[in-house]
Write a protein that binds this ligand. Sequence first.
Ligand code: GDP
Ligand code: MG
Length: 596
Amino acid sequence: TPLSHIRNFSIVAHIDHGKSTLADRLIQSTNTVADRDMKAQMLDAMDIERERGITIKANTVRIDYVADNGEAYVLNLIDTPGHVDFAYEVSRSMRAVEGSLLVVDSTQGVEAQTLANVYQAIDADHEIVPILNKIDLPAADCDRVAEQIEDVIGIDASGAIRVSAKTGIGIHETLEAIVHHLPAPKGEENADLKAMLVDSWYDSYLGVIVLVRIIDGRLKKGDRVKFVSNGTVHHVDRIGVFRPQMQVIDSLGPGEIGFLTASIKQVRDTRVGDTVTHDKKTVTPLPGFKPAQPVVFCGLFPVDSSEFEDLRDAIDKLALNDASFSFEMETSAALGFGFRCGFLGLLHLEVIRDRIEREYDIELITTAPSVVYHVYMRDGSMQELHNPADMPDLSVVDHLEEPRIKATILVPDDYLGDVLKLCQDRRGVQLDLTYAGSRAMVVYNLPLNEVVFDFYDRLKSVTKGYASFDYQLTGYQTDNLVKMSVLVNDEPVDALSMMVHRDRAETRGRAMVEKLKDLIPRHMFKIPIQAAIGGKVIARETLSAMRKDVTAKCYGGDATRKRKLLDKQKAGKKKMRQFGKVDIPQEAFISALKMD
Ligand code: GDP
Ligand code: MG
């Protein structure tokens, strides 16, 4: 296909505004997929994505379209993940295309992720076609939302296409707008090969599949290609495109998007954003390449310690397909053998944890998520702290720095007060407050550690689900942070230790010991529960002893009943962990750390 007849684009939207449905409709109306093979959300492949309705990996589809002018075009759609945790992947896939469809739900208006994603499209110099979706709904208010797009985003929305991705209204106009309003890609057929590595994932039959956008030159089956960032060379054994199922073709030229396979074993060897060229050639790498860095760490331990090897297997397999997920073995005095894992954010953490539990059937204890602190030592060196349990002794520490974020929250006026209070409570510093119609847009600088645990849940609950939220990391800042340890029956429970701000330590410590008192069942003896900083106890509760043995009342009585009770107790115990002489139920590890 000549460059003039290729259009590459992505769809940007806030979650649930209809991105996947629109993609389905574009695929279906161009007969890319026969009607009988069409199923909802073609591009959302992974089960968990389907269940949660979120797209995690970027996906792509090549669509043939004969426009009203009679010319045949090739349209390449890259569907990008919509969640903040995957912002880096979004920014890379944006650089692989020239335009975006901006989808806004005409019953809702602009939301935080609309903004975050459209700014990335603008950064990538995209031509943008605004689309007002869900016009079939009575609550649709196209004029208001078009005006809001102009006010808040600052792009012309007078020609916004009115669409119902559900019923198919406006789909033809959308295809025509892609052809006529989005630019054709540029590129040089006769130059040295230069391609961008847009995404990669593991396939058990084909090995690693690498999605590429050709900038210059031509990529053919049988070529030897080099990944510029690490210099590895691979023999290309297959080239193809997605329609959306794989179709093998002979070569890919400038402006095209497709995949290669080259018997690559590990996704780790293929970095998103990397430059691909022919072996022995030297090209200037594409700008701005940086591998995604995990920002949230937590420990994953099997509830049943005999499942440690199974957990190792599961984690190895998941990591094959996810280069942004990191792990190393961890031993905890309390929890035994497990793994310290790094994630791009909380959603990423949840997705991985769910997959281990569901696909591999291993019950997990998840320790408190922690951000990465920078610990500056008295001797001038710096070390990264991924686990509060590893915090060095205060006598050798000079100071600590924590990651901060810039958070953007859009919220209806009525709830603004609650949102400001929540941000203030979480040590936030307000940067901006503006209005977009009846919605307030507030920007805060917040410590990431105050956000990782339950900020998003709290935000949703204080605003009855009406707030939208997006953030980006801005850098490190020093603050008065200390490690708070928790002692149960005078034994430190390392999995419950956490970093807190000194001024909040007492409050947090008190809340924590009170919660634990409720969560830990009574034993035959008294159990002191304490929170401490260094050697100093800052909060204390005592769990009184149980009066009677559970089976005492059955003595001499019905033996089956007694066995039943004991069995029940045993089943309950499977979900408990022993700390010294005390059993702590699994849910205590999560619940005790939630603040309310
Ligand atoms: P995404 O999160 O942006 O990919 O959104 P989805 O495509 O998954 O759509 C979210 C929800 O909105 C789904 O329940 C869709 O069926 C529904 N939806 C999408 N487009 C339309 C539309 O044009 N009209 C109506 N009534 N519902 C729509
Ligand atoms: Mg979707």
